[in-house]
Design a protein around this ligand. Structure first.
Ligand code: FE
Ligand code: FE
Ligand code: ZN
Length: 293
């Protein structure tokens, strides 16, 4: 397979911002990567003209990276599904409108978004709020940035915990070509899917949503077992999903060309991605790797 795009979450931070993000990804031997446009847990954002985007893009071109495989993740605190606190939902909508412009400023084409949580309003009301929110945002945006709704673990009142809920959202969005899905291996495991049965997961995804809608895959192991609804990521091969299953996602021919992003925890405050990516690429697990830090 020659269309393997494998990378990780990488920080965007000063003084080099995007240039630094690209440098970090390259130093970890990644050929795609994902980043937040600021802190993931808040909505404070620097103007994009201060983020060394041109310098970063120059390095992307020089090093032969495919810019279309780079991904941005929206902050996880914004919640389009909240009909209980309307201020939260309004903030989510106004932030997303601005975020799409930032994503476009980076010349990135894909924005991963957690669909939201219904709080106490129920799944149906929550899904409708997400649909209306997405339409409010996308109907007024002319870019070609696509929003990839992430499959969620189903902790609390999270929406998008199965393919049917995501399909319901997609069906309600007016601009179909602007919406897709990000599949997270840890999250579907925690949501109750038999994640080891890779072919069945892919078939079910294809039947319900359509593989053409699968824009990003998050490759994470899980600390918890099937159906735990916890969302605690483990390092590659040391969780309950296991190395071989994750290799099967990374190298599955039907998932060829889709950017695959690791969001595994740091070890001793250092990113483990270089080694994790090497093991996944070579399909060879090193049982001692976690101790080499
Ligand atoms: Fe996420
Ligand atoms: Fe994820
Ligand atoms: Zn997660």
């Amino acid at each position: 397979m020659n269309n393997l795009y494998l990378g990780s979450h990488v920080n965007l931070s000063g003084p080099d911002y995007y240039l630094g993000t690209v440098k970090t990804a390259l130093s970890l031997n990644e050929n795609c990567f994902m980043f937040y446009t600021g802190a993931p847990q808040n909505t404070i954002r620097k103007p994009t003209n201060q983020l060394k985007i041109d310098e970063g893009r120059k390095l992307i071109k020089e090093s032969g990276l495919d810019e279309s495989k780079i991904v941005i993740h929206a902050p996880y605190i914004i919640n389009l599904g909240n009909t209980v606190n309307l201020k939260t939902r309004e903030l989510a909508i106004s932030f997303l409108k601005e975020e799409l412009k930032r994503v476009n400023d980076f010349h990135v084409k894909t924005l991963v978004l957690h669909p939201g949580s219904h709080v106490d309003a129920g799944v149906e009301v929550g899904l409708k709020a997400v649909i209306d929110g997405l339409n409010e945002v996308l109907d007024h945006d002319d870019s070609d940035v696509r929003i990839a709704l992430e499959t969620m673990a189903g902790k609390g009142s999270e929406l998008g915990k199965n393919f049917n809920e995501l399909k319901t959202i997609i069906d309600g969005v007016h601009k179909k070509d602007r919406i897709g899905v990000c599949l997270d291996t840890c999250h579907i495991n925690d949501a109750g899917y038999e994640v080891r049965d890779v072919d069945r997961v892919i078939d079910e995804f294809d039947k319900i949503i359509g593989l053409n809608k699968l824009l990003v895959i998050h490759i994470n192991d899980s600390i918890n077992g099937k159906g735990a609804h916890k969302d605690r990521h483990a390092n590659i091969g040391v969780g309950l999903i296991g190395f071989n299953t994750l290799v099967n996602y990374v190298h599955h021919p039907k998932l060829d060309g889709i950017p695959k992003i690791l969001e595994t925890p740091y070890i001793n405050e250092k990113p483990p991605y270089k080694k994790e990516i090497e093991m996944l690429r070579n399909k060879k697990f090193d049982p001692n790797w976690a101790y080499s830090f």
